[in-house]
Design a protein around this ligand. Structure first.
Ligand SMILES: C[S@@+](CC[C@H](N)C(=O)[O-])C[C@H]1O[C@@H](n2cnc3c(N)ncnc32)[C@H](O)[C@@H]1O
Ligand code: SF4
Length: 377
């Protein structure tokens, strides 16, 4: 079973924090839609006939597409791949694109999971982030999506923003958790290069919270979601039972995936590759019948490190038997020695044959992961 990711590289305008690959003009949308069909054909054997368990329209802003365009892409996919009957088909959407009419038709088109970029319910912060919706739209759109037939709604929030108080973060969480959502991805703000936030940060116009403020917000996130029966199945991802993102779980479970569109990544167990992050260059190459990607063949060491990076952040953790069987004695010995120290310090705990982050460990996950990576001397 495999996953398919389609990158829609258009946004109506760029948000101040975001460096995901997208352009703020729809000028070449028509050409792009033709190009992804060609790429699907060129890449039709990449997944070696494995059925698609998940399809994910990400971006950029997939909700800038019309229903007709989405249906067209879905029928193109069916031409080249077999979609499982109960496949999870997700579309990332911006609140300002979601009218009731659009939502109704979207549900009918076969999209069965919506991932809505709410980010905040505070108008001051939505303005600062240069989002195009206000807090009222953020609130209403979730109820409307449910009324239009979406029972699998995911939402994104950002915390750690300039000036966000703990009280305000609590308000964001309480508001969101009072709405009919099944999944929440909550990300601490990172200041990315080539964003407006980066420029403002350097000019001291915006600040990041102190470490204590960040930890308090993360703690609040864990506490509030737990109270509403959300399971923290990955550091930044929380869901009700039965609603974990199948698409993301694919990544964490080491399954194959194919990425279509500029900047999309693909993985087939032995190598990973990523398409060029330039729309003109992508369109040029595809028009000449070539997929413009760079590729990395994975060594045993790469695969061990990937396993640590992806699984330690999840509730399933690192399975020590798997490490021994798949990667051998060198990695097993290295890992068990390093893990021992974290277990003693109560940052990792043993659950059956796996090591998972303790509550305390969740706050230090990046540091723990970097210690467990094997660097060849
Ligand atoms: C591909 S983006 C957004 C999808 C959609 N276009 C939208 O804006 O709602 C996925 C999510 O990543 C998060 N994100 C993007 N840049 C971030 C940053 N610099 N710091 C924290 N979260 C970020 C946002 O929550 C965003 O919704
Ligand atoms: S957050 Fe979404 S809408 Fe904003 S620039 Fe990034 S991809 Fe585009």
């Amino acid at each position: 079973m495999a996953g398919l990711y389609i990158h829609i590289p258009f946004c109506k305008s760029k948000c101040a924090y975001c460096d995901f690959f997208s352009v703020a003009t729809l000028q070449r949308k028509g050409e792009f839609l033709k190009a992804i069909e060609t790429e699907m054909e060129l890449q039709k054997n990449y997944l070696e006939k494995e059925n698609l368990k998940t399809i994910y329209f990400g971006g950029g802003t997939p909700s800038i597409l019309s229903i007709k365009e989405i249906e067209q892409i879905l029928s193109q996919i069916k031409k080249y791949q077999t979609i499982e009957k109960d496949a999870e088909i997700t579309l990332e959407a911006n609140p300002d694109d979601l009218s009731v009419e659009y939502l109704l038709q979207l549900r009918k088109s076969g999209i069965n999971r919506l991932s809505i970029g709410i980010q905040s319910f505070i108008d001051r912060d939505l303005k600062l982030m240069q989002r195009r919706h206000d807090s009222k739209k953020a609130f209403d759109v979730i109820n409307e999506a449910q009324a239009c037939g979406f029972d699998n709604i995911s939402t994104d929030l950002i915390y750690g923003l300039n000036g966000l108080t703990l009280k305000e973060w609590k308000y964001n969480l309480d508001t969101l958790l009072s709405l009919p959502i099944k999944h929440l991805s909550a990300y601490h703000l990172t200041i990315e290069p080539n964003t407006l936030f980066n420029k403002w940060y350097k000019q001291n116009i915006i600040k990041l919270p102190t470490e204590i403020e960040s930890v308090n917000q993360f703690e609040m996130l864990i506490k509030k979601t737990k109270k509403k029966n959300f399971i923290q199945y990955e550091i930044s991802n929380f869901a009700l039972d039965g609603f974990f993102s199948k698409h993301n779980s694919n990544y964490w479970r080491n399954e194959k995936y194919l990425g279509i569109g500029p900047s999309a990544h693909s993985y087939n167990l032995t190598s990973r590759q990523w398409n060029i992050s330039s729309l003109p260059n992508y369109l040029d190459a595809i028009s000449q019948g070539k997929v413009p990607y760079e590729k990395e063949n994975l060594t045993l060491n790469d695969r061990y490190n990937d396993y640590i990076i992806t699984t330690l952040r999840t509730m399933w953790g690192i399975n020590i038997n798997k490490v021994e069987n798949d990667f051998g004695k060198l990695y097993f010995d290295f890992l068990t020695k390093e893990i021992d120290v974290f277990v003693k310090n109560k940052l990792l705990k043993k659950v059956n044959d796996s090591f998972v982050l303790s509550e305390k460990g969740k706050f230090l996950s990046d540091r723990i992961i970097s210690t467990l990576l094997y660097v060849k001397k």
